[in-house]
Design a protein around this ligand. Structure first.
Ligand SMILES: Cc1cc2nc3c(=O)[nH]c(=O)nc-3n(C[C@H](O)[C@H](O)[C@H](O)COP(=O)(O)OP(=O)(O)OC[C@H]3O[C@@H](n4cnc5c(N)ncnc54)[C@H](O)[C@@H]3O)c2cc1C
Length: 291
């Protein structure tokens, strides 16, 4: 199929892009890598009257070490995040996650901003932004704001982006030095969207657990943090019994959909298995043995 006709604006600055979106009065769409948008246009699930191409805006792509955080431009391709030495050094869990995003051809074109704005419930980046307490930088025709991912992802394919908003950058605060991580995903085939996925970090201070973070996706309308299990594990030493309790809390907290790929019950079971593995890896990478 072919898309319905649209006007095409090549923006050469953020200001031009957000002005074009504002002028379209809710009928404009940004195109970044086009990996999710173009199929939706071709199937005529979307019929914007204006497409605003942001690919030629200077300074919108790149990974920068800002000291206490790293800043990723929205137009950064998935493959750049995957192969960035800065990401590999400070966020090995993010590096690992990126290897699970689609296929190399899609990672070559798809962008970080596109993935977050598209907000697929089974996409890795929304979950990683929640896990890593990222801040999302957004510019509109009226100014700039930063948003917590918890307030950004409102539902499946739904965010709090307004019609004339452009996601410009994502800031990831660095993790404490003694942080271990785990990432576990199951998909039917390599490169498919996940049936379920869990990522975890465990940070130690003076060999005591300071903080546990658990991100999950594929088991709800949006990616989410397992806050009950995080609260249970904070300050504790990981043991088999504690892991059982955490897994039970995680399974109780999710309401996965049944679809043609997997039943709700299977996904609920799976997320518990993946959480146990991710937490164990995080604990061991943080330098501890299970009691
Ligand atoms: C076969 C296939 C398999 C895939 N598997 C996975 C997978 O396993 N995991 C995964 O995470 N993803 C997967 N994807 C999606 C892929 O990662 C896309 O690249 C990503 O979802 C969208 O990025 P994009 O730059 O191509 O965005 P586009 O397709 O250009 O845009 C997507 C949406 O975001 C909006 N948008 C884009 N950039 C911005 C911005 N800066 N500010 C505001 N709005 C913006 C657009 O208007 C549009 O609504 C898959 C895609 C395909 C085709």
């Amino acid at each position: 199929m072919k898309p319905a006709a649209f006007d095409y604006v090549v923006a050469d600055s953020v200001e031009v892009a957000v002005s074009a979106l504002a002028a379209a009065g809710g009928d404009g769409k940004i195109i970044a890598g086009g990996q999710s948008l173009v199929p939706m246009l071709n199937f005529r699930l979307l019929r914007p009257s204006v497409l605003v191409d942001i690919n030629r805006i200077p300074g919108l792509a790149g990974v920068e070490d800002c000291g206490g955080s790293i800043r990723v431009g929205a137009l950064t391709r998935h493959v750049t995040l995957e192969t960035s030495p800065i990401v590999a050094e400070h966020f090995p869990v993010l590096h690992e996650a990126m290897t699970f995003v689609a296929h190399l051809a899609i990672r070559n074109r798809g962008t970080i901003g596109g993935s977050l704005s598209h907000a697929d419930p089974a996409a890795e980046l929304p979950m990683m932004s929640l896990l890593l307490n990222a801040r999302l930088g957004i510019t509109s025709s009226t100014g700039r704001r930063t948003v917590d991912p918890v307030d950004f992802f409102l539902g499946a394919l739904t965010t709090n982006l307004a019609d004339d908003d452009l996601l410009t950058d994502i800031e990831f605060p660095k993790l404490p030095r003694k942080t271990g991580w785990g990432f576990e995903e199951v998909a039917r085939r390599s490169g498919d969207f996940a049936l379920a996925c869990v990522a975890a970090t465990i940070s130690l201070v003076d060999d005591a657990v300071e903080e546990v973070r658990i991100g999950m996706m594929g088991v709800g309308e949006t990616a989410m943090r397992a806050s009950d299990a995080e609260g249970l594990l904070a300050g504790q030493k990981l043991s088999d019994e504690l892991l059982d309790e955490a897994v039970a809390l995680i399974r109780a907290a999710v309401e996965p959909n049944t679809d043609l790929h997997a039943s709700s019950d299977y996904r609920r079971h799976l997320v518990g298995v993946l959480a146990r593995r991710a937490l164990l890896s995080a604990w061991q990478r943080a330098g501890r043995a299970v009691a």
